[in-house]
Design a protein around this ligand. Structure first.
Ligand code: PLP
Length: 403
């Protein structure tokens, strides 16, 4: 038996309807969308253009503003490096946030080595940026603000419309990594004054290895320096033969999300809230990480105090989740996102990210809740710290002796 899948922020299962839409483009409709001289090419191009319209419709854009990429890592690289290079004469300052995905943070670090100045805004305790700090950080050298729509660990949704308004007032371009938001909550690039937006197929029940970058064409017309040279595909912004089946899948995933989002987000939010209520009624000393008010409907991130993070994960090995300990190589680093919220290492290590998705059921919520509660209770029976807290001892006042 495979574990119950509650890790939908890492990737999602391909929707079978998406697969059905993709299949013919591997076989009978195998044409190159750039072939202008025959029906094979026209057929592929038509499918690509349909996908562009489906994506644009979901995010309030024009189909011409969609540039296909290999995923959001590439979209983020293209947006940020593309702006930094294209607008180098205007300025060299970029503003982002400490809780961004590595595809944004590492791109910014790369640009710092090339002479850009980058401001990494801290976040408040609820995971949102402080708009006053953003306003104060903008200088006449600022060319780009890159702030994610919703965070992949804590699901916290940033004040995108306010950021967009501020960026527009100050004549600064605004990029948002919207991977976790698109298809899950309403997103509109016009209403939010977004100039560049990254999305990817595999976080929204589409295929892996295909994504898109929204690039605004009007007021302002955004230009990007290409990061890949070649045949000049995608209006010269991203060369390379288009992944037609993948693109068809991404478009279909967007169309399904657009049709089903109102019902699906309500259903997942009810499941998420039930999971949380079960934890909170059975356990004390559990804490929510990040704002509940400004949050994706299908995300829950909780710390279970006074248990050992690794033992907790081992106890729930029939449930696929992520923890606040990123086991990168041999080190057990606590999540930089949770640390940016002000969590100590202990609380970060005992945190669990629950990412619900389209294919989860109510029965799975019950199973996961019961399992976690019983494992936490068992581990706490073995915890001297938890015992001391229950006896009313203030741990912050205890003088520990080191051996
Ligand atoms: C998954 C993810 C990415 C990377 O997307 P890929 O398509 O896997 O490259 C970028 N940003 C966020 C917020 C993500 O969750």
């Amino acid at each position: 038996m495979k574990p119950i899948y509650f890790d939908n922020h890492a990737t999602t299962q391909l929707d079978p309807r998406v697969l059905q839409a993709m299949l013919p483009y591997f076989t009978e409709h195998f044409g190159n969308a750039a072939s202008r001289n025959h029906a094979y090419g026209w057929e592929a191009e038509e499918a690509v253009e349909k996908s562009r319209r489906q994506i644009a419709s979901l995010i309030g854009a024009n189909a011409k503003e969609i540039v296909f990429t290999s995923g959001a890592t590439e979209s983020n690289n293209l947006a940020i490096k593309g702006v930094a290079e294209m607008y180098a004469e205007k300025g060299n300052h970029i503003i982002t946030a400490a809780t961004e995905h590595k595809a944004v943070l590492d791109t910014c670090k790369h640009l710092e080595k090339k002479g850009c100045r980058v401001t990494y805004l801290p976040v408040m305790g609820d995971g949102r940026i402080d708009l006053d700090m953003l306003r104060d950080a903008i200088t006449d050298k600022t060319i780009l603000i890159s702030i994610m729509y919703a965070n992949n660990e804590i699901g916290v949704v940033q004040p995108i419309a306010e950021i967009g308004k501020l960026a527009k007032e100050r004549g600064v371009l605004f990029h948002t990594d919207a991977v976790q938001a698109v298809g899950k909550i309403p997103v509109n690039v016009l209403a939010d004054n977004v100039d560049l937006m990254s999305i990817t197929g595999h976080k929204m029940y589409g295929p892996k290895g295909v994504g898109a970058l929204y690039v605004r064409r009007k007021s302002p017309r955004v230009q990007l320096t290409a990061q890949m040279d070649g045949g000049g595909h995608e209006r010269g912004m991203r060369s390379g033969t288009l992944n037609v089946p993948g693109i068809v899948g991404l478009g279909e995933a967007c169309a399904i999300a657009q049709a089903e989002m109102p019902e699906e987000s309500k259903r997942l939010q009810a499941m998420r809230d039930r999971l949380r209520a079960k934890f909170e009624s059975a356990l004390d000393e559990v804490f929510i990480n990040g704002s509940m008010e400004h949050r994706l409907p299908h995300n829950l991130n909780m710390s279970f105090a006074y248990v050992e993070g690794e033992s907790l994960l081992m106890g729930i090995d029939d449930i696929a989740v992520s923890s606040g300990s990123a086991c990168t190589s041999a080190t057990l680093e606590p999540s930089y996102v949770l640390k940016a919220l002000g969590l100590g290492d202990d609380m970060a290590h005992t945190s669990i990210r629950f990412g619900l998705g389209r294919f989860n059921t109510d029965a799975e919520i019950d199973y996961v809740a019961d399992k976690l509660i019983s494992v936490v209770q068992k581990l706490r029976e073995l915890s001297p710290l938890y015992e001391m807290v229950k006896e009313g001892i203030d741990l912050s006042k205890v003088q520990w002796t080191a051996h």
